[in-house]
Design a protein around this ligand. Structure first.
Ligand code: UN1
Length: 509
């Protein structure tokens, strides 16, 4: 189905999943990448053995010295060239993302666009790795702070954004002077290989050494090797809260640094002053886009009782118009879930909703028949529930939208919204200034992302991306997220010729 694209991305039917740049090697087990779109095999990828991993670490350890010696704007130039190559390969890579992960072709292209955007951002950042200067309390002293590269940054990313999330980390980590080692999802290994090939081409064109960008392929064990490895200065992990807790614990045990971007349980509050048309389009895209497999997907809609019936009717009507099918065909709104395991957890969630007393407003289930042969296509569901249900408290990576009614003031809605363990993205739909400002105040949303009159998903790269509570607290992508990829140093220089002490302390010898 995507033969032409695979050829132009230089992907063979059998690939080695370990690479330090020009060198590709691997002695682990063979993973078969299967497309959820049609169930066909995309390619075979040889996973990384422990020896392969060690080899990668040794080469990266060597490379970090020479890469950090290159001035930051020159490193930015390498990232600029990477962005140029991505522009040239956008349609092929976007199509591969769509086919291997199952999101729509438009969303696949959008992901590659995010990669290009973060490259542009990082190029500018490479000339702006600023520290503050401060006035010293001592005469003839200068005080300032500066940022140095960390060394090796390990990146663990998830299947749902198989290329963009790596690029957010990679582009910034590289301009900050780090070498990178990436463990992509074992569910999307071909995307990982395609990205590494494009970046390796740039590094080779510039005659840079091996080990500036590496990949390893594997599952949880590989993630554990990285988390426990003191040679990895920062572990940036995106995925489930369960995975994040394990990574955080292992990294903390060695007092290492981690950047965690974990699960969400994102809500839109719909007040009595909401614009109904905006609300429905934000909620539907947020809930069924990427088949509900974004960490920013809209999971809960908390609706004021005065407009509850109207919102419910408009949503049910919109869901009847959704076209589910091959995500490479532009008329379809919803593609497949990633695999059968994801389908199982969707089905289990539907059962749990009903067991706990919830009510499905649209019918759920697997879609059968022609064009649905992969058995990964499911019907998007809206369910009326109470916020405290165990299933509602969990993040189910599937197109299930929970409808919750609130009464009285906005404070009640905010309490419901914040009464979950996760804290990634949130939104309010209102045309009332007081409500909007309350929601954005310290009494309002407790999430890392809080939006007014737009949905919970589809964040731009320019803002810092991440969330609070069980979402892990990390920030990636824009704003000053670059700082986490560097170590900070405060410097004081004495040019007075005397030795005055701070705090006015005297110490006469
Ligand atoms: C993720 O789902 O892991 O806000 C990241 C969004 C995207 C990022 C999602 N730009 O939908």
């Amino acid at each position: 189905m995507i033969k032409k694209e695979l050829t132009s991305l230089n992907i063979s039917p059998i690939e080695r999943g370990t690479s330090t740049g020009e060198q590709w090697f691997s002695a682990g087990e063979i993973l078969v990448s299967t497309s959820p779109v049609d169930g066909n095999d995309i390619g075979h990828v040889c996973a990384s053995s422990r020896e392969d991993y060690e080899r990668v670490l040794n080469i990266a350890f060597e490379a970090k010295r020479s890469w950090a010696d290159i001035p930051a704007p020159r490193r930015g130039e390498i990232v600029r060239q990477f962005g140029e190559k991505l522009r040239a390969r956008k349609s092929e890579l976007g199509k591969l993302v769509s086919y291997e992960m199952g999101k729509s072709y438009q969303e696949g292209l959008g992901e590659v666009q995010e990669m290009i955007d973060i490259c542009d951002f990082a190029v500018g950042q490479s000339r702006q790795l600023y520290g503050f200067t401060m006035h010293s309390e001592r005469p003839a002293h200068r005080m300032y702070e500066q940022y140095h590269p960390l060394g090796i940054v390990g990146i663990i990313s998830a299947f749902n954004f198989p290329v963009a999330v790596w690029a957010w980390n990679a582009a910034l980590a590289l301009v900050c002077g780090n070498v990178i080692i990436w463990k992509g999802s074992e569910k999307t290994p071909v995307c990982t290989i395609a990205c590494q090939k494009i970046l390796a081409e740039v590094l080779a064109d510039n005659e840079l050494p091996e080990g500036i960008s590496s990949i390893c392929t594997g599952g949880a064990d590989l993630g554990r090797w990285m988390a426990a490895d003191p040679r990895i200065d920062l572990v940036s992990a995106t995925g489930s809260t369960r995975m994040g807790k394990e990574v955080a614990t292992m990294v903390a045990a060695r007092l290492g640094k981690s950047l965690l971007e974990l699960g969400g349980n994102n809500a839109i509050i719909v007040t009595a002053h909401a614009d109904l048309k905006l609300t429905v389009s934000a909620a539907v895209f947020g809930a069924v886009g990427t088949a509900g497999q974004r960490c920013t997907s809209t999971r809960r809609l908390i609706v004021h009782k005065d407009i509850y019936n109207k919102v419910r009717a408009a949503l049910v009507d919109a869901y009847t118009q959704l076209k589910i099918g091959n995500p490479l065909e532009s008329q379809n709104h919803v593609g497949p879930l990633i695999d059968h395991q994801a389908v199982e957890s969707y089905l289990a969630a539907l059962k749990e909703i009903e067991d706990e007393g919830g009510h499905l407003l649209t019918e759920g289930g697997i879609i059968q028949g022609e064009g649905y042969g992969s058995k990964c296509y499911v019907k998007p569901v809206i369910a009326e529930v109470a916020n405290h249900y165990r299933i509602v408290q969990k993040e189910t990576f599937a197109p299930i939208l929970y409808l919750i009614r609130y009464e009285g003031s906005l404070e009640n809605a905010v309490t419901i919204q914040n009464s979950v363990a996760q804290g990634l993205s949130s939104a309010i739909m209102t045309t009332n200034l007081h409500e909007a400002e309350y929601f954005l105040s310290h009494k309002g949303s407790d999430c890392g992302i809080a939006n007014v009159n737009i949905g919970t998903s589809g964040a731009e790269i320019g803002g810092a991306f991440g969330g609070e509570k069980e979402t892990g607290g990390g920030r990636e992508s824009g704003s000053d997220a670059w700082k986490v990829y560097m170590r900070r140093q405060t410097n004081t220089i004495n040019y007075s010729g005397t030795m005055p002490l701070a705090q006015g302390i005297t110490f006469n010898l």
